[in-house]
Structure formats: C-alpha cells, structure tokens
Design a protein around this ligand. Structure first.
Ligand code: SAM
Length: 289
C-alpha cells in the first residue's frame, strides 16, 4: 500500500520490482496522472490507484505500508514532520498498525521523531544527502547510511572516534554518514581520529580509499586569520580555492572575495574549529589540471 502516492515515482519502482501495489492520493488529478504513468509503462495490471485519504487506509490488509508524505506547505519546504501531509500522527498510526513499513522523511528529521524500533536510513546520491527512510518490521533497528549509485551501506556499531592531533590527511565523511551519526564508524574505517570532539572532520596518517569520506592531504594548519591565510595562499601561488567549512561562521563568498587570489595553483581550504580554536587547514595544493 502506497498511502500518498503522488504521480507514482515510488510505486512504479515497486511494481517494476515485482510488487502488486494499491495506492491512494487525496488529489484526483494526481491520481489520474499516476494511473496514466502506470499504463504508459505497462504496469497497469500490477497497480490500482484510487482517490483516498491516508487516514482511511487499513495497513493491516497489506504486506507492506509505504508512505512518502508531502513535505511542502504553502510556504515551501517544511522540516517539521508535524507539518507533513498526511500529518505525522497519521503516519505514526499507519506505521504502528502495519506489519512492515517504509516511510520517506526529510534527512533533517529530528531524532526524537524516529519511532522506537524503527531503522532510520539516510541516503546520499553522488555525495549529496537526498533523503531518509524509516523502516519497521524488519530485522535491525538503529541507524544506517547508504550511498547511491554505489549501493554501499554502513550500520551503526557504536564505534566512538578518538580525538587526536592532525595527521597527514583530513577526511570529510559523506553527509549520509554524518546525519546517521556514523562518524565513529567512518573514523574506524580510515583508522582516524577527530580533530575536534564536536566536529565531523577526521584526521589520519594513512591514505585510505573509501566511499565514506573524501580525503585531502594536509599541507598546513593555521589559526584562522584572513590576512595570514591570504599570505599563505599567495606564497603558494594559489589562485583557485575550494573552500569547505564545518563549525565555522565565516562567510565563504566574502572570504573568497577578500582573499583576492591570483596564481597558477589550486587548493582546498577547510575552515573549522580545532579544540575550540577557529582554524584553517590548507590542503592539496596542486597546479591547474
Ligand atoms: C511527496 S508526494 C509523493 C510522491 C511519490 N512518492 C512519487 O514518487 O511520485 C506526497 C503526496 O501525498 C499526497 N497527500 C497529501 N496528504 C495526503 C493524505 N492525507 N492522504 C493521501 N495522500 C496525501 C499529496 O497529494 C502528494 O501527491
């Protein structure tokens, strides 16, 4: 049962995977489009779409409940599950009555909204966090991160990252792992430690290749100062910088303009806090490709 099916993007994938799907949506035009999509793709015999309210759905009658509630209101995208449509209490009620359920939610869903016993999965596509899903009625409850298109998946083991001094590399974990609170697990993979206990930059001594983190080679770490940074980059003939930040309030575009760089080389700079000190890490200075 797809309890708020929209134009069918998800149920078409379910039907293609061999499921028989019943679907409802409150909006008659959307339902018409969903039906037309199913017919056009030759999946009409696997899918029944009707106009209906998710609140009226009886999840007990289906093997699996799926819901992708609307996360937009008249004022744009909403991050508050209470403003979803169908509303969150309806979604929770459906989940509680379903033998198995999968509900798509915004990646920024506050942890307190995750029902007890559900597995929460954050998904990124090509390095950008796109979505989260809550799964119930299956083995494994906890947190998971999944990377698409590769399909790598990482589950919480409770690993805690130590904190320690900068090594040769800095690793930036994929956003899905950060959202799923799996920085400790990623740190274990790269044999690393955190530069600061509150910030998700990992440092390590070995060049570990992993889909779970981008790796940068550290050249220098300076206390943050626009002037000193400009001097350090000029000295290295860096004209082109990729600026990353985490735990820093610096306005990246303003800093870029203030740096007034010109030079042949490129570099990545990371603005962060290291043990509470605003810092900048200069990495990967290289000639232009
Ligand atoms: C995010 S869209 C679903 C998109 C869909 N999964 C797809 O792949 O195309 C959410 C849908 O929920 C529908 N909706 C909102 N409130 C509803 C309710 N109470 N009952 C059923 N459908 C509802 C909206 O009309 C909208 O089409």
């Amino acid at each position: 049962m797809d309890a708020c099916c929209g134009i069918g993007g998800d149920f078409l994938a379910l039907a293609r995977a061999g499921c028989t799907v019943a679907a409802v949506d409150t909006d008659p035009l959307t339902v018409a489009v969903a039906r037309a999509n199913a017919e056009a793709l030759g999946l009409g015999d696997r899918v029944t779409v009707s106009v209906g309210d998710a609140a009226e759905v009886r999840p007990e009658e289906y093997d699996v409940l799926f819901a992708d509630p609307a996360r937009r209101t008249g004022r744009g995208r909403t991050f508050d599950p209470m403003a979803y449509s169908p509303p969150w209490p309806v979604v929770l009620d459906l989940i509680s009555r379903a033998s198995r359920a999968c509900v798509k939610v915004a990646p920024g869903i506050p942890y307190e909204f995750i029902p007890a016993g559900a597995e929460a999965e954050w998904v990124s596509y090509k390095g950008e966090v796109k979505e989260a899903a809550l799964w119930t009625g299956q083995e494994g409850a906890g947190r998971r991160a999944t990377l698409l298109p590769g399909g790598h998946t990482l589950t919480a083991t409770g690993a805690e990252a130590p904190v320690g001094p900068a090594g040769r590399y800095v690793y930036e974990p994929d956003g899905a792992a950060i959202r799923a609170h799996l920085v400790g697990e990623v740190s274990e993979i790269v044999n690393g430690r955190l530069l600061d206990p509150m910030i998700a930059y990992i440092t390590g001594d070995d060049p570990i290749d992993t889909p779970w983190a981008a790796r940068y080679e550290i050249e220098d770490i300076l206390p943050f100062s626009g002037k000193k940074l400009r001097a350090a980059l000029r000295e290295r003939q860096v004209g082109n910088v990729t600026i990353k930040k985490r735990g820093s309030a610096v306005d990246i575009e303003r800093l870029r303009a203030d740096l007034r760089l010109n030079g042949e080389k490129s570099a990545t700079i990371i603005l962060t806090r290291i043990l509470d000190k605003p810092s900048v890490i200069i990495c990967d200075t290289s000639p232009p490709a």
